[in-house]
Design a protein around this ligand. Structure first.
Ligand code: G6P
Ligand code: MG
Length: 216
């Protein structure tokens, strides 16, 4: 019998395919600043905050900006990103995600969102997934970026479930590290080469079932 009583889900790249929108918007910003970055570089942006993403990207381009300019750049990127997510529909829920959230509920497990995004409310509303979460912990209430475990520990605390009885679903290396640092089990969503530290790595939630939690 599984000890797991709660599932904590990252949003971008686990529940919805917004990782590609983040990539497009950051790429556009870098291009406007006169440089480019690869999809491999983009992996490093997954799971980390907007401000930290900008710092990394500016570093790759060897570009220096003042704090006021950085704020303007992050806002510009977010405006493009919000334009894209505003047009999202439930069709953009990743395969198997809604079914898995339903399965979690039916099994009597709790669920929380644990995302660095400040746009999670808009995304959950656009995709109709808001009712599946008992608790929402996102970039609006968290100060330390993954791999710091704050986001997941706050989720566990709000659900009133000990970290050891929580499992995190993550597509980002920083997120897998955050879950580990918080003493939680973690299911990697993506490639084993990147997420090898996870307890189990699957290609997507369509390849995962609640009864697989028993093996953790
Ligand atoms: C998620 C994404 C990151 C993104 C962060 C902040 O964790 O994986 O790529 O930078 O959220 O998103 P926001 O919507 O607040 O810019
Ligand atoms: Mg993610």
């Amino acid at each position: 019998m599984s000890q797991i009583r709660a599932c904590i889900f990252d949003l971008d790249g686990v529940i919805v395919d917004t990782a590609v929108y983040h990539y497009r918007a950051w790429k556009r910003l870098a291009n406007e600043l006169g440089f480019d970055f690869t999809e491999e570089d983009n992996e490093k942006l997954k799971g980390i905050s907007r401000v930290q993403s900008l710092e990394l990207i500016l570093g790759w381009g060897g570009v220096e900006k003042t704090p006021a300019e950085k704020l303007e750049l992050a806002t510009r990127k977010n405006t493009w990103y919000v334009e894209m997510i505003q047009a999202m529909t439930p069709d953009e829920i990743l395969p198997g995600a809604k079914e898995f959230l339903q399965e979690v509920k039916a099994a009597g497990l709790k669920s929380a969102l644990g995302s660095a995004s400040k746009n999670s409310g808009l995304i959950l509303e656009r995709t109709g997934l808001l009712p599946f979460f008992d608790v929402i912990i996102d970039g609006n209430v968290v100060s330390a970026s993954k791999p710091d475990p704050e986001v997941f520990l706050k989720g566990a605390e709000a659900l009133q479930i000990p970290p050891q009885q929580c499992v995190v679903f993550e597509d980002a290396l920083a997120g897998v590290q955050a879950a580990r640092a918080g003493g939680m089990k973690v299911i990697g969503i993506g490639s084993p080469e990147i997420l090898g530290d996870a307890d189990v790595v699957v290609s997507g939630l369509s390849a995962f079932r609640v009864n697989m939690l028993d093996a953790l």
